[in-house]
Design a protein around this ligand. Structure first.
Ligand code: TMP
Length: 201
């Protein structure tokens, strides 16, 4: 049986990465073969593209194309073979990030993103996407106390407000695929929501 494809999404600082390894461990405790990976990245070439994307100035169009180039490698080398083999793939960000950051944040053309999505992914969509949702100001405060900013994290509050609302639009378009997690909650409450959802998958 094909594995499930699960993605974690949210603005930088919303806390998704804190939960991914824990989530994978919960699946493994249920004897589910699980692979944890991330975007941009996940394949050797994808990781090199990630380094460029997080540090070098480039046009919005180049940024969008490189995100999908990294995604194509990731899909062919890792994601599709794992799913076909029955492994569940837990991916830290996927195409919803492109809609949110390049579409919402940078104001890119959604029709072009849709065309690239069809070309690169065909019909493949995540079975479940968790959106870790947090007001942009709170996320900025969490980031400031945690780490030095990369090229995306250095963007201003208005950028992250646009990213957040683009995410919420994605949820409105695919309510069955998404679970929205209020990241203002305590870690234990978030884990209990994730646990309950695992039981439905
Ligand atoms: P990370 O810090 O969550 O690993 O993500 C790296 C950055 O890449 C994050 O700021 C969001 C950005 N990103 C996009 O802008 N578009 C995309 O399609 C993806 C996957 C990530």
């Amino acid at each position: 049986m094909r594995g499930r494809f699960i993605t974690f999404e949210g603005i930088d600082g919303a806390g998704k990465s804190t939960h991914i390894d824990w989530y994978a461990q919960r699946l493994r405790e249920r004897d589910i073969r699980t692979l944890v990976t991330r975007e941009p990245g996940g394949s050797p070439l994808g990781e090199r593209l990630r380094d460029m994307l997080l540090s070098e100035a480039m046009s919005m169009e180049t940024e969008t194309l490189l995100m999908f180039a990294a995604r194509k490698e990731h899909l062919e080398q890792l994601i599709r073979p794992a799913l076909a083999d029955g492994t569940w793939v837990i991916c830290d960000r996927f195409t919803d990030s492109t809609y949110a950051y390049q579409g919402g944040g940078r104001g890119g053309c959604l029709t072009q993103i849709e065309a690239l999505e069809r070309w690169v992914q065909g019909a493949l969509q995540p079975d479940r996407s968790y959106l870790f949702d947090l007001p942009a100001q709170l996320a900025a405060a969490r980031r400031a106390s945690a780490r030095a900013a990369d090229r995306f994290e250095a963007e201003d509050l208005a950028f992250f407000e646009r990213v957040r609302s683009a995410y919420l639009q994605r949820v409105a378009q695919a309510p069955d695929r998404f679970q929205v997690i209020d990241s203002r909650q305590e870690i234990e409450a978030i884990r209990s929501q994730l646990d309950q959802d695992i039981a439905t998958l």
